[in-house]
Design a protein around this ligand. Structure first.
Ligand code: SF4
Length: 180
């Protein structure tokens, strides 16, 4: 029978009949293992994502099998594929419609930097229109790389202070994108 792996408990004080830890660590643990991704897939990297979701790689292991195609019920925007300049405002609108806290992965060379399409019509990286937390290299990245990107997001989610979204640093970041 396959061994069932349970997420590590946060650090804390343990004694007979009690365990005390920080509320932020418990929330971080819960959030990191129940991320709801919104796949924004426009081309070939999206096909690689389909492989990542299927049985061989099985994103359900990360508590992530529930994809959301509504921005209001998603907290991880996964952008996969070539994003044209015309598509930029739409991507930004999707990002703005997501509730806080939210995270973004740029999957593949196109989403990260425009990839091989150094042309007048292609956005040279989605960070021109929205902030990005993790970049996954590759053209296309293999499912293992996409999973690695998701795990780096989990690291950020676990560690993130509950107050980060109220900090001046975060507000300044959004202001730099003219996002309110
Ligand atoms: S990075 Fe490569 S595989 Fe991914 S969308 Fe661009 S051209 Fe396609």
């Amino acid at each position: 029978m396959a061994e069932i792996k349970i997420a590590d408990a946060p650090q804390g004080l343990e004694g007979e009949g009690f365990f005390a830890t920080k509320i932020g660590d418990v929330i971080g643990l819960a959030r990191a293992n129940s991320v709801w991704p919104l796949p924004f897939a426009t081309s070939c990297c999206g096909i690689e994502f389909m492989g990542t979701m299927s049985s061989n790689y099985d994103m359900a292991r990360f508590g992530m099998e529930r994809l959301s195609f509504s921005p209001r019920q998603a907290d991880l925007l996964m952008v996969m594929g070539t994003i044209s300049k015309k598509m930029g405002p739409i991507l930004r609108q999707v990002y703005e419609q997501m509730a806080e806290p939210k995270w973004v992965i740029a999957v593949g060379a196109c989403a990260s930097s425009g990839g091989i399409f150094d042309s007048y019509s292609v956005l040279q990286g989605i960070d021109k229109v929205i902030p990005v937390d993790v970049y996954v290299p590759g053209c296309p990245p293999r499912p293992e790389q996409i999973i690695d990107g998701v795990m780096r997001i989990q690291d950020l989610v676990k560690e993130e202070s509950l107050r980060r979204r109220y900090t001046q640093e975060y507000k300044t970041l959004l202001e730099s994108y003219n996002i309110k």
